[in-house]
Design a protein around this ligand. Structure first.
Ligand SMILES: [Zn+2]
Length: 128
């Protein structure tokens, strides 16, 4: 596969949700749980550009917070169970919806960053 910079053989959503390289869609993006590998082992794309920042965490806070708080309120207002039932219900859901979504959301934002060529802004120093 001979891909030029910013060519992509896979959709950013598929690459992101699969935690794969945003260019070839086959190499692994992560070398650890959330550690981005230095480069793709398949196509050689350097992941130096990858910087999702706090983006995944913000989306997870909004999604998981809305889901868990909404469900907890609904259960409380409908059945008023004891507190241990809430702890038993919401602790696994919080863990699944936060830790479980971290990798795919970080990979999705990195794939979107690659597809949209997002980078830090620069001043144009062209001729006036
Ligand atoms: Zn690749």
């Amino acid at each position: 596969m001979d891909l030029k910079p910013f060519d992509t053989a896979v959709s950013p959503v598929a690459a992101g949700l699969g935690c794969r390289c945003p260019r070839c869609g086959r190499g692994r993006l992560f070398s650890g749980f959330l550690t981005v590998a230095p480069a793709c082992e398949r196509c050689g794309l350097s992941y130096d550009f990858a910087d999702a920042g706090d983006g995944p965490v913000v989306f997870i806070i909004l999604l998981a917070g809305t889901l868990v708080v909404g469900l907890a309120l609904w259960v409380e207002l409908t059945w008023s169970p004891p507190l241990w039932v809430h702890a038993l219900l919401w602790t696994p859901l919080v863990l699944l919806s936060t830790v479980g979504l971290m990798r795919p959301l970080k990979a999705l934002l990195i794939a979107q960053q690659y597809a949209k060529r997002a980078a830090e802004g620069r001043l144009d120093r062209g001729t006036p």
